[in-house]
Design a protein around this ligand. Structure first.
Ligand SMILES: Nc1ncnc2c1ncn2[C@@H]1O[C@H](COP(=O)(O)OP(=O)(O)OP(=O)(O)O)[C@@H](O)[C@H]1O
Ligand SMILES: [Mg+2]
Length: 297
């Protein structure tokens, strides 16, 4: 009986560590007002920080460079669950050298807010023009004037428009937006990112790229920027046979409370107290290797 209670206590302690590390006692308020500000995105990316998405990027770039001739604009969707890396992938594509060469302009619009074609049009024009007078007066323009401005900006201009984080599956709104983009220079394309395939279907997507998690087997090392994650509290490395050693920078992660390594053939052995990587992780209070709690000898 005493043994069982001890085991339960140990499990509860472990849960407490994980709960604190994930801030599970805090509530996050997703009111519609704060959501759009929090979710607002931009096109910049440090390409070297995005790992394991080269194949996905190449598949999308290939489609953009050879779009279906009868689809104008050609619409590509990146679909996947929240946090899977849709926006990150759209940024990778948008910043790819082949894409930069192929399109005359690249326009990034964060569509998290209401998907009103007029608002989207205003955002497209704002993103496509450098003229501050237009940007300042844009909210005064009627749809007809906006449409004329857009035609002027996009004339003889093969563009790539990224609509990031789209939620609308209202076909009427999409039809109106597509109508506004009709007459675009041949080869112009739209990339939308969304969590829902209902949205891609309403949007008339020509190619859905379903984004999935990638296998850790492909990883040869942990990302170089790991040492920057100074507030990281839990790190789990699972099924990464290709990772044979931890980066030195892990010593800087002083907030790390739990390191869990499992099914990594070489790494587990190196991270035990007599192993060559132990000095990098000795400061972490809870270390688990293949389910075993490790204590310094
Ligand atoms: N392949 C990757 N390598 C490194 N970091 C990544 C990768 N994919 C995504 N991330 C990071 O994970 C976080 C979530 O990614 P992202 O915002 O792209 O997800 P999402 O699918 O667009 O989510 P949402 O549905 O909420 O918009 C970001 O901080 C992003 O930089
Ligand atoms: Mg996103």
């Amino acid at each position: 009986m005493g043994h069982k209670i001890k085991k339960i206590r140990m499990r509860l302690n472990k849960i407490t560590v994980e709960k604190d590390a994930f801030n599970l006692n805090k509530q996050t308020n997703f009111s519609s007002g704060s959501r759009s500000i929090w979710r607002e995105t931009h096109s910049r990316v440090n390409v070297s920080e995005i790992i394991g998405r080269d194949r996905d990027r190449d598949m999308i770039v290939k489609r953009l460079l050879c779009p279906d001739a009868d689809k104008n604009p050609f619409i590509v969707s990146i679909v996947g669950i929240g946090g899977m890396g849709k926006t990150a992938l759209a940024k990778l594509v948008c910043n790819d050298e082949r894409v930069k060469l192929h399109f005359d302009s690249r326009i990034w619009v964060c569509a998290s807010e209401e998907f009103d074609p007029k608002i989207i049009l205003q955002k497209i024009i704002k993103s496509a023009t450098q003229e501050s007078t237009i940007v300042q007066s844009i909210h005064l323009l009627e749809l007809e004037q906006l449409q004329a401005k857009l035609q002027e900006l996009l004339q003889d201009n093969k563009f790539l428009l990224v609509l990031d984080d789209v939620w609308s599956n209202i076909r009427g709104q999409w039809r109106e937006l597509r109508d506004l983009l009709t007459g675009a220079t041949i080869g112009s394309s739209v990339i939308m990112t969304t969590r829902s395939s209902e949205v891609t279907s309403a949007g008339g997507s020509c190619y859905d790229h379903k984004l999935k998690g990638f296998s850790c087997q492909q990883l040869g090392e942990l990302p170089k920027w790991l040492h920057k994650l100074l507030r990281l509290k839990i790190l789990a490395i699972v099924g990464c046979d290709g990772i044979s050693t931890l980066p030195d920078g892990i010593q800087d992660l002083t907030a790390l409370k739990l390191l869990r390594i499992s099914d990594c053939s070489e790494l587990g052995g190196r991270c035990r107290p007599n192993g060559p990587d132990w000095h990098k992780i000795a400061h972490i209070p809870n270390i688990e290797i293949d389910g075993e709690q490790i204590v310094a000898s």
